[in-house]
Design a binder for this molecule. Structure first.
Ligand SMILES: Nc1ncnc2c1ncn2[C@@H]1O[C@H](COP(=O)(O)OP(=O)(O)OP(=O)(O)O)[C@@H](O)[C@H]1O
Ligand SMILES: [Mg+2]
Length: 199
């Protein structure tokens, strides 16, 4: 469901990814660690079609949100929409009924904040809204970049619970993270170093 084969990507002549191979199956939750600057975000950008490899192939690549949803490191919430509207957006764009939004927000501890705009909540609260937006349409594949980076321990437990459930319901889930709480629920832990997935 999520796959990279022989992926190379350089920026300004600097080779960041140098032959990355990985595969994540449906129902599997895999974490990706590696030093800051090792290319985790660059790799996720290729896998979801935000960017293109110089060499090699990726899957899903460009796809609908239902096929591949993303929680970017930079969150990317629409500032002119409330949290509730942000989370509902993938369903609206797909022409699907809007349901499950309030339940997800409550599960992530931001049930009271749905009517607020991103600028009116904390960064950690924005991050949880971006997670809700990523999972609301039950995507076949989910790419999450440091999804607990701005969360306290309790909120991180809720976020990790949601991510694990999405995988248990059949999604292929790949998460870039430095947090042990996320690695703890992973089926496999991968390390990106020296431009390649190690081991
Ligand atoms: N669009 C780009 N243009 C130029 N350089 C880039 C671009 N994207 C990434 N890089 C470079 O590629 C390298 C890897 O960056 P990336 O953001 O993927 O690291 P990371 O592993 O996600 O780090 P962190 O843990 O800090 O999030 C860095 O040296 C970065 O400067
Ligand atoms: Mg990154």
């Amino acid at each position: 469901m999520i796959r990279a084969a022989g992926v190379h990507r350089a920026f300004g002549g600097v080779a960041v990814l140098r032959g990355v191979d990985l595969a994540v199956s449906a129902g599997e939750l895999v974490t990706l660690s590696g030093p800051s600057g090792s290319g985790k975000t660059a790799l996720l950008s290729l896998l979801c079609g935000f960017d293109f490899p110089d060499r090699g192939s990726v899957s899903p690549g460009m796809a609908s949100w239902s096929e591949c949803a993303v929680l970017p490191q930079s969150l990317g919430l629409a500032t002119e929409l409330t949290l509730q509207e942000n989370v509902a957006l993938p369903l609206r764009l797909a022409g699907r009924a809007v349901s499950g939004v309030s339940k997800l927000l409550a599960e992530l501890g931001i049930g009271e904040l749905g009517a607020r705009y991103p600028a009116q909540v904390s960064f950690g609260q924005q991050q949880r809204a971006a997670l809700a937006r990523a999972v609301v349409a039950q995507p076949a594949a989910l790419l999450a970049d440091e999804p607990t980076a701005h969360l306290d321990a309790e909120s991180a437990v809720a976020a990790v619970g949601v991510l694990r459930r999405v995988a248990d319901e059949g999604a292929a889930v790949l998460i870039a993270t430095h947090h042990d709480a996320v690695h703890a629920v992973a089926d496999r832990v991968l390390v990106l170093a020296d431009g390649q997935v190690q081991g």
